[in-house]
Design a protein around this ligand. Structure first.
Ligand SMILES: Nc1ncnc2c1ncn2[C@@H]1O[C@H](COP(=O)(O)OP(=O)(O)OP(=O)(O)O)[C@@H](O)[C@H]1O
Ligand SMILES: [Mg+2]
Length: 379
């Protein structure tokens, strides 16, 4: 699939902008702070309904405005789809597909698939587990949009259970209600856990392969899901949901006294991590800056290859690849290898501050970004 047109109103720095996009490589070039990332962020938003840069939607709305609109034309298996999203401050967002309103914005998920790689992704390797959990959950939703519901159900149940733990400690809550929330947390948690674990099982070989290709064969990258449950359940890449649920319940029962004392839920997928191993060492704390970069890139390229391999008989279409400010950070060997790896993507959007940072094989279409405008450069 590919994006054919992007139009923004009051999104980030843009009062209004519109660009036409073509399949193949497009380079968005312009000085720092001119709005290149804002454009590709909008594309990613249409796919994920969230931005990799921020946790909430508020910063996406242009300062002083009440709402932002993102419109994207998507070409998919020969069909044209128009997705329109309205991001509203202090109210629910709205979505339309081919001009018809959809019941829930979430229904838009799955229409466009993107994989983005940006400098911030270094925190996937160097940062805390929550970034890696988000990475997994985003990919889970990209592969199977119904997980968006599972994920938000889980967050809601977790929040309510934590509130209850606090009020029990204050002598206000009823401890019998906790059993109800334990059941809920275990049921939804097992579903999320099963999804994540199977995803890591599928993704791992792609990441290993991508790391080899990007880093030029130095060391092996192995990823592994680390859960709060025991090793016996973790040994099975595809444990049944019932088994996971029973394990979660059992673990919650065991940790209940500590949870009541600390007033937080200590068992469940919100405590888990994705372990990134590089050769004999964990990447975090051991990998060099360049190796960490390659690792982060391998996680994204691996995701891209996994999504690409998912394409069903009904022709879901390849995801759109977004490389935001990536090439300036890489040495020439890695730069060339990365360019060679992605040059055949159905669509790849590359941003760079200077044209020299865009490898020759990716310099197909060029858009100059500056002073609130994004204009195609005739070459
Ligand atoms: N909600 C907003 N309202 C108005 N302006 C915003 C908003 N969010 C971000 N901006 C502005 O957008 C600009 C940043 O745009 P963007 O991140 O796309 O730049 P860039 O071209 O990618 O730069 P770089 O090369 O440094 O990565 C900043 O000047 C910032 O102030
Ligand atoms: Mg940028």
């Amino acid at each position: 699939m590919h994006v054919t047109r992007l139009s923004l109103t009051d999104f980030r720095s843009y009062p209004a902008v519109e660009i036409e996009l073509v399949p193949g490589a497009t380079a968005l070039v312009g000085p720092n702070g001119q709005g290149k990332t804002n454009l590709v962020e909008a594309v990613g938003y249409v796919a994920a309904l969230s931005s990799h840069r921020v946790a909430t939607d508020a910063p996406l709305i242009r300062l002083g405005c009440r709402r932002a609109v993102v419109r994207a034309g998507v070409s998919r298996a020969g069909r044209q789809i128009l997705v329109e999203l309205e991001i509203v401050s202090g109210a629910a967002n709205r979505a339309r597909v081919n001009r018809a309103p959809v019941p829930r914005t979430r229904d838009v998920l799955g229409l466009l698939r993107t994989v983005s790689f940006a400098p911030e992704d270094l925190t996937l390797v160097k940062g805390d587990p929550d970034g890696r959990r988000r990475f997994l959950d985003d990919l889970l939703v990209a592969r199977a949009p119904r997980f968006a519901g599972v994920r938000s159900d889980y967050e809601r149940v977790l929040k309510q259970r934590n509130t209850l733990l606090k009020s029990i400690k204050q002598g206000k809550g009823d401890i019998r209600t906790l059993d109800v929330w334990d059941d809920q947390l275990a049921a939804v948690g097992a579903e999320l856990l099963a999804g994540r674990r199977y995803l890591v099982h599928l993704l791992a070989p792609y990441v290993t392969e991508a790391y080899r290709e990007v880093a030029g064969g130095q060391g092996d990258a192995l990823i592994e899901y680390r859960g709060s449950l025991g090793p016996e359940i973790l040994a099975d890449p595809r444990p049944g949901r019932d088994a996971l649920r029973a394990h979660l319940l059992e673990a919650m029962a065991r940790r209940r006294p500590v949870e009541l004392e600390r007033q937080v839920s200590l068992v469940g997928p919100h405590r888990d991590d994705l372990v990134l191993q590089l050769g004999p060492f964990p990447a975090k704390g051991f990998a060099s800056h360049g190796e960490s970069w390659s690792y982060a890139l391998a996680l994204r390229l691996g995701s891209y290859q996994l999504l690409r391999a998912d394409i069903g008989p009904d022709g879901d279409g390849e995801p759109v690849l977004i490389l935001d400010d990536v090439f300036a950070e890489l040495d020439s060997g890695r730069r060339d290898r990365l360019a060679a790896l992605v040059k055949d993507a159905e669509q790849v959007l590359v941003t760079a501050a200077v044209p020299e940072d865009v490898p020759e094989v990716l310099s197909g279409d060029r858009i100059r970004v500056g002073q609130g405008e994004a204009l195609r450069v005739d070459r």
